[in-house]
Ligand binder design. Sequence first.
Ligand SMILES: Cc1cc2nc3c(=O)[nH]c(=O)nc-3n(C[C@H](O)[C@H](O)[C@H](O)COP(=O)(O)OP(=O)(O)OC[C@H]3O[C@@H](n4cnc5c(N)ncnc54)[C@H](O)[C@@H]3O)c2cc1C
Length: 284
Amino acid sequence: MKAPSFSYARPGSLSGVFELLERHGDRARVLAGGQSLLASLNLRLSAPELLVDIACVPGLTGITVAGDKVRIGALTTHRQIERSPEVARHLPLLAQAVRNVACAAIRNVGTFGGSIALADPAAEYPACAVALDATFVLAGRAAERRVRAREFFRGLYETALRPGELLIAGEFPVSGDGYRSVFLELARRRGDYAMVGIAAHARTAGGRISDARLAFLAVSGTPVLAVRAAAALEGRPPDARTVAAAQAALGDELEAPADLYASRATKLHLARVLLGRALGALAR
Ligand SMILES: Cc1cc2nc3c(=O)[nH]c(=O)nc-3n(C[C@H](O)[C@H](O)[C@H](O)COP(=O)(O)OP(=O)(O)OC[C@H]3O[C@@H](n4cnc5c(N)ncnc54)[C@H](O)[C@@H]3O)c2cc1C
């Protein structure tokens, strides 16, 4: 199928973007890498009258480290994240996760901001952002504001972005001393969206786990922070008994509704398997 006809604009400034979004309201859509949006147009799942391409807006690309934060601009591609020494050094969770995003051709074009704004429940970055307690910078015509990742993802493909707003960047705290990260997912084929995944970040100093953030993907409409499982780990060595207690706690907090690929029981089982593997890797 082909996309329905639409108009196209490529403003060269943020104010130009905001002006078009205000004038055209919900008849306009922001276009970044187009890797999700153009597919949805071709499948006739969406029919905007105007695409506002943000590729020429200055200041939206790049990865910078300032103080204890890593800032990733919305137009930074998956490939740039994959190849970034700053991400490898300061955000090892994201460095592991990006290798699971689609295939190289899509990673060359798709963007960080597009993935966050789309908020696919099976996407890798949203779960990493929740586990790392990232903050998103959002801007509208009148003002800029910051929203924590934990409050940004509101429901299935639903975020805190307001009409006319743009995601400008993500700000991630650098990984502290004594912290380790593990990203794991299960997909039917390499590069497919995950059936279940985990973004795990914890302090592992002295052979004990503390401050664990375990964010699961593809188990609900949004990333899910497993707080009960994390509580079962607090201050304990990751031995078999602790791991079993954390795995048991998942049953109370992961909804894991059945989807095209697996029943609820299978998804919960896979989540427990991934948690066990992640804790094993954190302990090594
Ligand atoms: C075959 C295939 C497999 C894929 N597999 C995966 C996968 O395993 N994991 C994964 O995470 N992704 C996967 N993707 C999606 C891919 O990562 C996309 O690049 C990404 O989801 C969207 O980024 P984009 O820049 O292409 O955004 P676009 O497609 O241009 O936009 C996506 C949505 O976000 C909005 N948007 C974009 N940028 C902004 C912004 N700065 N502010 C506000 N709104 C904005 C758009 O209006 C649109 O609604 C896959 C895609 C395909 C086609």
